[in-house]
Write a protein that binds this ligand. Structure first.
Ligand code: S3P
Length: 450
């Protein structure tokens, strides 16, 4: 599979303890939503701590194409002059979402109830991912999508002329689908209702409330029922984006498996719909402590400290927790390789339709690094080899998947022999400073040099 640039092979080798402070970038989910909701408000939204990774920069470019003014001023302050709900202009070019499913799905939702037409495309990874999961509910609003076989990008979406509100039960636990429906509901008259049986990340709901929308969530026997009243005037916001718990997972995990390590991650977002990995790691026996817990912009944040944890045990991860740690299974499988006993992860078939088939990508790489992994359609089991017990010496294919690439580079921080990845370039989508940050903690990461 090829992306837009040249592959960047990279090697990680054990080089002693990881120590220090890991300042991880802004939350990817909140960054995308800040730009999109800012573009749908009337007036200037100001954002600090925005993740300046390729995916989010793609959303910024797209918002400009839809008519919003998006600028970056001093010290990473981003300003978005919104055009108001229903105010998007028709883009005069194809919207290239690169590797980012969040950009594609949320932007389709945001434009689906505006009478304009836009064409979306992405890289080789994104163009294989399922889009019918968003275009099906968007059709209920009156939008019309024409894409490739199997509902794949490139795809043209024709927004509804006279949108109607929708009541929609999510068939898959997906915050992207939920958010696409809510963003479409913004420009439909009346109430749009989304029902989810499993709670997925709720940043869209929290942020819509912050922007002044009338949105309520009630927990019923039927699931979480989210009701949004359409056609509000969104009020611009001052947003401080917390650090991304999904990005923090990499230095945290590397510290847990590498002897002598002690790493502090300040200001990490710990929204309960995102923090499942940290509960799981604690259950495995990880030495994790939370300091300075507080609230920032409607999201819980804290400083998280991770120390080398030689006594971790494999566990069965509760499937009900999957949505709250869906992006963290690749790095969890790396930690599991250093635990004693097996870690069983089930209810995770969504992993097969992420930036790559993450079960397959991790299983293949871990096996070549000397770790036994079993897998089925919606489960996998990693047989831990205990602290210091993973041989390494493998080259892993990253399949245009940033989280697979970072996971294998963290693996190599603690294996006997180095671990190589064929292409570290996708890391720039979500964590552009991964390499210098990990080096700053003491990790030995090198370009190519096999
Ligand atoms: C995201 C939701 C998740 C996650 C992705 C970001 C979001 O995807 O994997 O990285 O910002 O809403 P799904 O909605 O497909 O589960």
């Amino acid at each position: 599979m090829s992306g837009h640039g040249n592959p960047i092979p990279m090697t990680a080798r054990a080089g002693g303890a990881l120590r220090g402070t890991a300042r991880v970038p802004g939350d990817k989910s909140i960054s995308h939503r800040s730009l999109i909701l800012g573009a749908m408000a009337v007036g200037e939204t100001r954002i600090t701590g925005l993740l300046e990774g390729r995916d989010v920069l793609g959303t910024a470019t797209a918002m400009r194409a839809f008519g919003a003014e998006v600028t970056r001023t001093r010290d990473g302050l981003w300003c978005v002059h919104g055009v108001g709900v229903g105010g998007f202009a028709e883009p005069d070019r194809v919207i290239d979402c690169g590797n980012s499913g969040t950009s594609a799905r949320l932007l389709m939702g945001a434009m689906a109830t505006v009478p304009i037409t836009a064409t979306f495309t992405g890289d080789a990874s994104l163009n294989q991912r399922p889009m019918a999961r968003v275009t099906d509910p968007l059709a209920l609003f009156g939008a019309h999508a024409v894409g490739r076989a199997g509902g794949r990008l490139p795809m043209t979406l024709i927004g509804a002329e006279t949108p109607v509100p929708v009541r929609y039960r999510l068939p898959v636990p997906s915050a992207q689908v939920k958010s696409a429906v809510l963003l479409a509901g913004l420009n439909a008259p009346g109430q749009t209702v989304v029902i989810e049986t499993v709670a997925t990340r709720d940043h869209t709901e929290r942020m819509l409330r912050g922007f002044g929308a009338d949105i309520t969530t009630s927990v019923t026997r039927d699931g979480r029922v989210i009701t949004l009243t359409g056609q509000p005037e969104l009020v611009p916001q001052e947003i401080t984006v917390p650090c991304d718990p999904s990005s923090a997972a990499f230095p945290v995990a590397a510290a847990l498996i590498t002897e002598g390590s002690d790493v502090l991650v300040p200001n990490i977002g710990l929204n309960p719909t995102r923090a499942g990995l940290y509960d799981t790691l604690r259950e495995m026996g990880a030495d994790l402590t939370c300091e300075n817990q507080r609230e920032q912009g409607g999201e819980p944040v804290a400083d998280l400290r991770a120390r080398f944890s030689p006594d971790m045990r494999g566990i069965e991860v509760p499937p009900g927790r999957a949505a709250s740690m869906i992006d963290e299974y690749p790095i969890l499988s790396v930690v599991a390789a250093f635990a004693r006993g097996a870690t069983f992860m089930r209810g995770v078939k969504e992993l097969r339709v992420k930036e790559s088939d993450r079960i397959d990508a991790m299983a293949v790489g871990l096996r070549t690094a000397g770790v036994k992994v079993e897998e089925g359609p919606d489960w996998w089991r990693v047989h831990g080899r205990g602290p210091g017990g993973v041989p390494g010496g493998a080259t892993a294919a990253t399949h245009l998947d940033h989280r697979v690439a970072m996971s294998f580079l963290c693996l190599g921080c603690a294996t006997t022999k180095p671990v190589h990845v064929d292409d570290a370039s996708p890391i720039a989508t979500s964590f552009p400073a991964f390499e210098p940050l990990m080096r700053g903690l003491g990790a030995h990461l090198d370009l190519a040099n096999r």
